[in-house]
Design a protein around this ligand. Structure first.
Ligand SMILES: [Zn+2]
Length: 58
């Protein structure tokens, strides 16, 4: 399993934090949502992928 990190806005930290991508859908759908977990406060959030068009490589 690939472990990825992205700096995303955390609504609990009220800042951009390093967030671990803990879930990536295997089937590329139109609305591709990912589950992130903030490494600062541990909050899990669902967000859309940052680059919807550049991730179609499998
Ligand atoms: Zn946080």
């Amino acid at each position: 399993m690939d472990q990825d990190f992205e700096y995303r806005w955390c609504k609990y930290c009220l800042a951009k934090t390093k967030q671990k991508i803990i879930f990536v859908p295997k089937i590329p759908t139109y609305k591709r949502r990912r589950q992130y977990k903030c490494t600062v406060c541990g909050t899990e959030t669902w967000l859309l992928g940052r680059r919807p068009s550049a991730e179609s490589v499998y």
